[in-house]
Design a protein around this ligand. Structure first.
Ligand code: ADP
Ligand code: MG
Length: 424
C-alpha cells in the first residue's frame, strides 16, 4: 500500500517510513505502527505549513466519493474502472506495449482532471445564494469582507456581508491546488455541507462560488466554535450545557450516517459551533468518510489528539476499517476537555506521545468529586470504552440516561452563551 505521505519524506524519517511500508502490515509491531501514524501526521502538519492547507491521507487507490444525490454533484468522479472502461481496446495491429508502469501516473492525472472538471461543472451551477427560501444570483464581488473568523487545515473562514440580501455570513475560502487529495477534501466538504440543510444540528450552507483560484462556501454565521470559546473564557463548560451539546452532536452524527452514509471523522471542539440563539452545529466535513457496510474504508487523517484507539491501532491490521464509534470516542475526549477546561492527554511533547498515551494509558474520565453527575460520568465512560464492543453507537447513546435527561430538560444555552461571551 502506498500512502501519500511518503512523498513528503525524502530525507528525515524516509528510511523508517519506507522500511515500515515495505513490511507487511501484519508483521508490524504496535510501536512501528504508531511510528508510522506519527510520521503521517507530522507530514500532514509540514505540508499544511507549506501550503497553508492540510493534507488528507486518503490512500491513492481509494475513492472517497459517494455517488452523490446533491444538486451540485450529479456526476460521479470516474473511478479507475470507469476511466479504463472509456479507453478503447488495443487493435491487433498495435505493437505489444512494454509494461513501463506509467498507468498509475496516467490514472492519477485523469482523476485530477476529473476533479477539476467536477469543480468547473459546479461553478456553473453555483453562484446562487439560497437564504430563507429566497434564491439570489451572486458573485464574489457582492460580498464585503468584514473580518477573519477562523482558519484550519482546509482554508480560511471570513465573516462577509452580502449587500443585496443584507445578510452577514461565514464564507470558507479554500484554495484550489493541483494536489488531488486536497481537491477531494474540498469536494467532500462541499458535498456534505450542501446536502445537509435539512438538519438543524449541521451548519447551513447558503451557496457556493468557484473561481479559478478558490472555492467559496457561504454558510450561516455562527457565533464561535467551542475551541475558541474555551481559549477565550478559560472556564470549563457547565454540565447542563454539555448535555445539550452532546445531544445535538450525537443527533448530527446519527443524521449523517442514516441519511447520507457518512461519518464525520474529525469531531473536536473546533468543529462544533455555537451561536447566541443557543444553536449547536457541526461543521467541517473535509475528511468525512463514506461508509461501506457501516464501516469507513479510507484513512482520512483527522486529529491525532481525538483519535480513537482502533484508528491508531486497528484490532485487525489486515482489515483496518472502523465505524461510527470512532466519532463517539472523539466526542468523549471533547467532553472531558470541555468539562474540565484542560485537554486530557496534556503534557505531551508531540503527537507521537499523544498516540502512545491513547494506546497505553487508561481512557480519560471525568475527575471524581468535582460535582459531575453519575449520568454524565457514565456517559463519558461509555464514549471512552477502549474496547469497541462496549462502546455504544448513536441510538444507544440517545437512550443513555444522560442524553434522555437533556432531551427532556430545558437548558438555557443561549443565556449561558451570551453571559460567557459578554465578559471576555
Ligand atoms: P478547517 O477545515 O480549516 O478546519 P473549518 O470549517 O473547521 O475549517 O473552519 C475553521 C474555523 O472557522 C472553525 O474552527 C470555526 O472557528 C470557524 N468557523 C467555521 N465555520 C463557521 C461558521 N459558519 N460560523 C462561524 N465560525 C465558523
Ligand atoms: Mg475544522
Amino acid at each position: 500500500m502506498t500512502y501519500l505521505f511518503t512523498k513528503f519524506f525524502l530525507q528525515d524519517g524516509v528510511k523508517m517510513a519506507t522500511a515500515l511500508q515495505e513490511n507487511k502490515t501484519e508483521n508490524k509491531s504496535l510501536q512501528e505502527r504508531i511510528n508510522l501514524l506519527h510520521l503521517k501526521l507530522s507530514a500532514a502538519n509540514e505540508e499544511q505549513i507549506k501550503n497553508k492547507i492540510g493534507v488528507n491521507f486518503i490512500e491513492e487507490d481509494e475513492d472517497v466519493f459517494s455517488p452523490s444525490t446533491t444538486n451540485f454533484f450529479r456526476e460521479k468522479i470516474p473511478s479507475d474502472d470507469a476511466v479504463s472502461a472509456t479507453t478503447p481496446p488495443p487493435t491487433r495491429s498495435e505493437r505489444p506495449k512494454m509494461n513501463l508502469n506509467f498507468s498509475r501516473e496516467k490514472k492519477k492525472s485523469e482523476r485530477t482532471t476529473a476533479i477539476e472538471k467536477q469543480l468547473s461543472e459546479l461553478s456553473k451551477k453555483a453562484a446562487i445564494l439560497a437564504i430563507d427560501g429566497q434564491k439570489v444570483p451572486f458573485t464574489i464581488e457582492d460580498l464585503e469582507w468584514v473580518e477573519e473568523i477562523g482558519s484550519g487545515t482546509c482554508g480560511v473562514v471570513n465573516k462577509m456581508f452580502h449587500r443585496n440580501t443584507d445578510t452577514t455570513m461565514a464564507v470558507k475560502i479554500m484554495g484550489r491546488t493541483p494536489i488531488m487529495e486536497e481537491q477531494k477534501r474540498i469536494l467532500m466538504d462541499l458535498d456534505v455541507i450542501t446536502r445537509c440543510n435539512d438538519c438543524p444540528y449541521i451548519v447551513q450552507c447558503y451557496g457556493l462560488f468557484i473561481s479559478q483560484a478558490d472555492v467559496y462556501v457561504c454558510m450561516e454565521l455562527m457565533g464561535t466554535c467551542l475551541e475558541k470559546l474555551l481559549k477565550t473564557t478559560r472556564t470549563p463548560v457547565p454540565e447542563p450545557i454539555l448535555g445539550k451539546i452532546a445531544l445535538f452532536v450525537v443527533k448530527a452524527l446519527q443524521y449523517l450516517k442514516d441519511e447520507h452514509g457518512v461519518m464525520h471523522r474529525d469531531i473536536k471542539p473546533s468543529n462544533i459551533l455555537l451561536d447566541e440563539k443557543g444553536n449547536v452545529k457541526l461543521c467541517d466535513f473535509g475528511i468525512s468518510g463514506r461508509l461501506v457496510d457501516s464501516k469507513a474504508k479510507t484513512k482520512g487523517a483527522g486529529c491525532a489528539a481525538y483519535m480513537a484507539p482502533e484508528r491508531v491501532e486497528p484490532p485487525d491490521p489486515s482489515n483496518p476499517d472502523y465505524d461510527v464509534r470512532a466519532d463517539v470516542w472523539s466526542l468523549g475526549i471533547s467532553l472531558v476537555e470541555l468539562a474540565t477546561g484542560v485537554f486530557p492527554y496534556r503534557g505531551c511533547r508531540n503527537e507521537f506521545e499523544v498516540l502512545m498515551k491513547i494506546m497505553h494509558e487508561p481512557s480519560p474520565s471525568l475527575p471524581p468529586n468535582q460535582g459531575f453527575s453519575d449520568e454524565f460520568q457514565s456517559f463519558v465512560n461509555a464514549c471512552l470504552q477502549k474496547d469497541l464492543q462496549y462502546r455504544p453507537k448513536f441510538q444507544a447513546l440517545l437512550e443513555h440516561p444522560f442524553l434522555c435527561r437533556y432531551e427532556r430538560e430545558m437548558t438555557d444555552v443561549a443565556g449561558w452563551y451570551s453571559n460567557v461571551t459578554t465578559y471576555v
